[in-house]
Design a binder for this molecule. Structure first.
Ligand code: FMN
Length: 200
């Protein structure tokens, strides 16, 4: 059976551009694979705890305290979900030229040496089997071309993070110029939905 892992990370809840487009992609996938299991996390409204000095040994070190042991259990669970997924649908708005901290925190839990990547004599190697990744990037401005392109630390960063664990087959979907008024927002949504229809 197909498994779809869905991660939302906008803090804007229902009205969010990335949330709308994530639902569009999931609906398309479910039309094609009605039996699919869908695992969901809304990292914007229900964030996983950021790493701090009390819990970091749960992902990097030997967990000893109750907090560290709980952190390790959460990391193991998130990695198991990731491994089990055939397709990932990720909503990743641009926040301060990069990604929301909720999504960043998820990466802190799933990038674990020996689990999702390993160090070899040839350098780091991703350990996950390739998967389809549908990555929705909503942005207030225009970054896919023009003068702001150099400030796009969102897409290269996401490409690096997923590539590091072995996921190189990424379908980026852009919804740009969201801050340019209602018409621009509608146009961006329509264009992104057309692209999603070619993917799911
Ligand atoms: C905290 C915050 C930071 C943002 N930073 C940027 C930015 O650096 N560049 C940009 O073009 N838009 C930025 N935006 C605008 C969002 O990218 C835009 O509103 C997008 O639609 C957000 O996706 P969402 O509707 O799914 O939440 C920011 C929005 C927020 C809330």
């Amino acid at each position: 059976m197909k498994t779809i892992l869905v991660l939302n990370s906008s803090v804007m809840q229902g009205d969010s551009v990335s949330n709308i487009l994530v639902e569009e992609a999931v609906a398309g996938l479910l039309e094609k694979y009605p039996e699919a299991e869908v695992i969901r996390h809304d990292l914007g409204t229900n964030p996983i705890p950021h790493l701090d000095s009390a819990n970091v040994a749960g992902v990097r070190g030997v967990p000893k305290t109750e907090t560290e042991i709980a952190t390790r259990a959460l990391s193991d669970k998130l990695i198991a979900e990731l491994r089990s997924a055939d397709t990932l649908v990720i909503g990743a708005p641009m926040y301060n030229f990069s990604i929301p901290t909720g999504l960043r925190s998820w990466f802190d839990y799933v990038l674990r040496a020996g689990e999702t990547f390993q160090y070899t004599e040839q350098g780091p190697q991703g350990l996950l089997d390739n998967k389809q990744v549908i990555l929705i990037e909503s942005r207030g401005g225009l970054y896919s071309e023009g003068p702001a392109q150099a400030m796009d630390f969102q897409e290269p960063y996401l490409r690096t993070l997923f590539g590091f664990i072995g996921l190189k087959n990424i379908n980026f979907v852009h919804a740009e110029k969201i801050g340019f008024g209602p018409e621009a927002r509608q146009a961006a949504l329509a264009e992104a939905k057309e692209r999603i229809a070619t993917l799911s």
